[in-house]
Ligand binder design. Structure first.
Ligand code: GLA
Length: 738
């Protein structure tokens, strides 16, 4: 039984072979946190882990007892104001204006498997034996309100998921001002916090900082999870590397505003809090109403960062992503965006498709510009019907023709947005998020539809299904190209405006749910100006995401490396684009562009007809290569070996499930003069198997490649094609000799 409740000591122990998580009911009936980390033996009594002492000035709970102060007690779901001075997990404003709450343990249940989260994305199980769930009910008798804290521990994974449910069972009108998904008090501060930060076109760079007393956090208040901070943090010990040492990961299954915070008090206790950002959030709770927080996925690793990432990869690939493509290799696509931008018509698209088909490409994706009066980014969003000036046979006709060539067809939508110059806006000017009597910011000339209004969501759904039903569509790219501002919904009362940002995200999830259930065979790729919504919430609906608008291979090394901290290769949209690159104007060899893009879903984003014969021949080979190895790239085990954030070389490896095939990606952006010898120790191979190593054309045992290393010195691979020596990359294919 991976969850024990020890009745005598009122202690919960969630454990499997890898992790333990322990908390107990305290003397004041609240929950106290005792331990989270590597698995330890179960026992009836863990009370010795409950640390308490008398500290001057501390507000104490029991008269005559100078030790029991919530200020100094490690807790499970704390509130502010009854002794605890730190940032809380929950804040409720009551009718009399008070914000003091006291949630006491009432009951609990332990159930097999994992329950679905209503209207929210979450990890799941396929059969009940995969996980066990603990639901602890806490009750505040003064306000007749309950909280159910939910914990799921997976049997075979070092994973615990958490979320909270709050229900007003009384008659007071309450306002939920903050409801975090989890809070965890750790006994010390000897950690570095890892975050994935960036901006448009440089998403998810890896940053480390030492935890300090006070608050450190990452967050989004942009209405999307954002380019700037990913909803993820990890706390690693100083000696933790990619391969060794302890790290705790926290990942938030949500696509809107979030806060991931670590507060270190002056006694070195670190409080980790994660959930919907409390700013701009306020949720009235009338009698019988409830609020469900999204889920946090906590991963523990005592074997370094690679192991943490692999746990996330496997879980998100198999128990978060859903649908037909969860387990299937992804079609190799060509997307016309960087090839044509808005400047296309049916003839041009068909010419491109013909070439794509000839080169072995499987899916043609028509990006922005096919609908309404969309000839630039000033008009058309919201009018999801074909622009017959450009496409005289509509999407139905075009998709049929591409289908007849033997290729799949995919289409771009940006369903949450509207241009003022559109039929939709002219008909429904009050369907946007706009604050009365105030000017609204635009972003890329577009405004945001009010997805907290179900009528809007349904209207867009009807438009989308009409075009999908009448066409041959196998893939949808769902884009979202601006942050929210002046958020206000005309369909909500004044007191409910604090609900709008979350209800908007629920509207997005609802539309995704309706579309993915109606079209289970369509592959969805999420996108938000590249990677502004590369988050686990989106992965539940769309198993792949456009990683970044930056398609330059050298820039992508860092972006994909950082993304791999949490997200599997099968989720990363990766394309070979033209040179000079459209974002950084760099000219990289076509081999290097592909050598980076193979580690993802793979495709092309350029006008294939503008390529030379020689380049087209190279593409034929690249496509064949990807078809042969995509199972390994997309469903193998990925290890980071050398970081682009630490030097000029990056190395990573992906190993097939049976360990018979492995592919090493080696990248060295800048030529260096007169360098020493280089080698890199590989990971994940079978030490007893003998592998043939391409490029070097030698046979080596797995143990040699992992303990001595793979020699990557330049002299072994010859000249760079480009002639200038920069932007070098090599792919070593390792195949076990039978
Ligand atoms: C966003 C996407 C791009 C492309 C354009 C189209 O920027 O990230 O890939 O689809 O929109 O407008």
């Amino acid at each position: 039984m991976p969850i024990q409740f020890h009745k005598k000591t009122q202690t919960f122990h969630l454990y499997n072979n890898q992790i333990s998580y322990i908390f107990k009911v305290l003397k004041n009936h609240q929950l106290g946190q005792l331990y989270y980390g590597k698995a330890i033996h179960d026992r009836e009594n863990f009370d010795h882990l409950f640390e308490i002492c008398q500290r001057p000035m501390a507000p104490c709970t029991f008269e005559g007892d100078l030790t029991f102060s919530l200020e100094h007690i490690k807790q499970e779901y704390p509130s502010y104001g009854s002794g605890d001075m730190r940032h809380p997990a929950i804040d409720i404003i009551q009718e009399n204006g008070s914000r003091i709450i006291h949630f006491e343990y009432q009951s609990h249940e332990i159930i097999k498997g994992k329950l679905k989260l209503k209207n929210l994305p979450a990890t799941y199980v396929e059969n009940e034996s995969e996980a066990t769930t603990l639901r602890v009910t806490l009750y505040d008798h003064i306000i007749d309100t309950k909280i159910i804290l939910s914990y799921t521990i997976y049997e075979e994974r070092p994973v615990i998921t958490r979320h909270a449910y709050i229900e007003n069972c009384g008659t007071q009108k309450l306002i939920l001002n903050q409801a975090m998904s989890m809070s965890l008090d750790l006994p010390d501060q000897d950690y570095e916090m890892i975050e994935l930060t960036g901006a448009w076109s440089r998403e998810r760079y890896v940053k480390n900082r030492q935890l300090e007393q006070g608050i450190q956090s990452v967050y989004s208040l942009r209405g999307c999870s954002s380019h700037n901070f990913n909803p993820f943090i990890a706390l690693k010990r100083k000696d933790c590397t990619e391969y060794n040492g302890e790290v705790l990961g926290f990942s938030f299954v949500y696509s809107g505003n979030f806060l991931a915070q670590v507060e270190v008090d002056t006694y070195h206790v670190s409080r980790v809090t994660m959930g919907i950002h409390p700013h701009y959030f306020s949720w009235p709770l009338q009698h019988g109403e409830s609020f469900q927080t999204p889920e946090v996925v906590m991963v523990y690793s005592s074997h370094g960062l690679n192991a943490m990432s692999q746990t996330y990869h496997q879980l998100y690939q198999k128990r978060l992503a859903r649908g037909l493509y969860r387990d299937q290799v992804r079609p190799i696509l060509v997307n016309n965006w960087e090839g044509t931008y808005f400047d296309f018509d049916e003839d041009k698209i068909l010419e491109m498709a013909k070439t794509a088909q000839k080169l072995g490409i499987e899916l043609f994706v028509l990006d922005d510009g096919w609908f309404g009066k969309r000839n630039n980014d000033l008009a058309g969003l919201g009018d999801w019907y074909p622009n017959f000036d450009k496409l005289p046979h509509g999407i139905a006709g075009l998709s049929q023709k591409i289908h007849d060539m033997g290729m799949k067809f995919g289409l771009w939508f940006e369903p949450e947005m509207v241009n003022k110059d559109s039929d939709l806006y002219r008909a429904h000017p009050n369907w946007t998020l706009e604050t009365p009597n105030r000017e609204s910011c635009h972003g890329r000339n577009q405004f945001i539809l009010d997805y907290s209004n179900p009528e809007v969501v349904d209207y867009i759904y009807q438009m989308m299904i009409k075009i999908i039903d009448e066409s041959h569509i196998s893939y949808i790219k769902w884009d979202m190209n601006r942050c929210m501002s002046e958020v206000y919904s005309s369909v909500h009362e004044a007191s409910c405006q604090g609900k709008v940002m979350h209800e908007y995200i629920l509207g997005v999830y609802h539309l995704y749910e309706m579309l993915t259930s109606r079209y289970p065979d369509i592959l969805f790729e999420s996108c938000a100006s590249g990677g502004a919504r590369f988050d686990p919430g989106m992965m539940y609906y769309a198993p792949q995401c456009w990683t970044s608008d930056d398609t330059d291979a050298i820039e992508r090394i860092k972006i994909q490396y950082g993304t791999s901290y949490v997200y599997p290769l099968s989720s990363m949209g990766t394309h070979v684009s033209a040179i000079p690159n459209h974002q950084v104007f760099r000219k990289t060899p076509i081999e290097t562009r592909a050598n980076v893009a193979y580690f993802g879903t793979f495709g092309y984003e350029l006008n294939l007809n503008q390529l030379s014969q020689e380049e087209q021949e190279i593409i034929v080979k690249q496509v064949q290569f990807m078809k042969e190895y995509r199972e390994v790239f997309q469903f193998g085990t990925f290890y980071r070996l050398k970081s682009p954030f630490e030097g000029n070389e990056t190395v990573w490896i992906v190993v097939s499930q049976d360990q018979n095939t492995a592919i090493v990606g080696y990248y060295r952006p800048l030529q260096e003069v007169n360098q020493g010898y280089r080698r890199v120790k590989l990971l994940g191979l079978d030490e007893k198997k003998e592998y043939h190593v391409s490029i070097l054309e030698i046979d080596c045992y797995g143990d040699e490649l992992m303990n001595v290393g793979l020699i990557t010195s330049d002299s072994s691979c010859g000249e760079n094609k480009d002639g200038n020596g920069d932007y070098l990359s090599k792919l070593y294919i390792l195949k076990a000799n039978s």
